[in-house]
Design a protein. Structure first.
Length: 261
């Protein structure tokens, strides 16, 4: 194990192949708000290292001799498990990775641009964890949701890229020809998937159809305004304005009514 001085966000690299660790090390060196605090060549070493150092993030290979990446997570106490980015040459492990609440799935071989996207996503999630305001708002949030903490995630594919998205961050989703546009806190993710298929996978207590081509997260609704046509429009907390068709108005009002009970 090679120890390096800790930085703002402390990272451990785990891969049984030295060239793979070197690639991650060189790319991570460009990210000034991350510091590699250890590198591990096998699963047993990774378990001991994470338990001892308690890093913020873990870049973890899946297939390793003896103890693989999933075994590592199984044997880590919940309180010491960092944010995990799985790194592997095999795409078939992606569903299992996201079931383990992985932040990202980095498929080898990857480009510098793909690595930068993964780190951006990781950075955003680590910032969320570190915000003191989030902890201050948590009791009120739990009271407003009947004690249901938001742990739901949506996994979608965009070409060769797989996105895992916290459902609470999704403001609204719109059908666009053969794609859907998922609007997530100021960014838009396109996925080649029918809107109905996504609707069936989303939390039915949080998301509702407002138009034949749009779904909204009710937690993002700021105001409902009538239109002369008999339709309504929604104003979301991010300023987005959406039309509610008369066909879906009753379902929307029922859903909002249940949310406020």
């Amino acid at each position: 194990m090679t120890k390096i001085s800790a930085g703002p966000w402390r990272v451990v690299l785990v891969d049984d192949e030295p060239p793979a660790r070197q690639t991650l090390r060189l790319l991570m060196a460009r990210e000034k708000d991350f510091e590699i605090v250890a590198e591990c060549g096998h699963g047993e070493e990774a378990i001991a290292t994470v338990a001892g150092l308690r890093p913020d993030a873990l870049f973890l290979d899946v297939r390793m001799p003896g103890v693989d990446g999933f075994d590592v997570l199984t044997r880590l106490p919940a309180e010491t498990t960092p944010a995990v980015v799985f790194v592997t040459a095999y795409d078939r492990y992606a569903p299992q990775a996201f079931e383990r609440h992985a932040i990202e799935y980095l498929l080898k071989p990857f480009t510098d641009e793909r690595f930068a996207d993964v780190v951006d996503h990781l950075r955003a999630r680590l910032r969320e964890r570190s915000y003191a305001a989030l902890a201050a708002r948590l009791p009120g949030y739990l009271a407003g949701t009947g004690g249901r903490a938001d742990r739901r995630q949506l996994m979608v594919k965009d070409g060769s890229r797989t996105h895992v998205i916290a459902e609470a961050e999704i403001a609204w989703i719109e059908a666009e020809d053969y794609y859907v546009g998922i609007n997530v806190r100021g960014r838009r993710i396109l996925a080649r998937e029918p809107l109905k298929a996504l609707e069936d996978r989303l939390d039915p207590s949080a998301f509702v159809r407002i138009h034949r081509s749009a779904i909204v997260n009710t937690a993002w609704i700021k105001a409902i305004e009538p239109l002369a046509s008999g339709d309504q429009r929604l104003v979301l907390t991010d300023g987005t304005v959406l039309r509610v068709s008369r066909t879906h108005r009753a379902a929307l009002m029922r859903r909002i009514g249940r949310s406020s009970d």
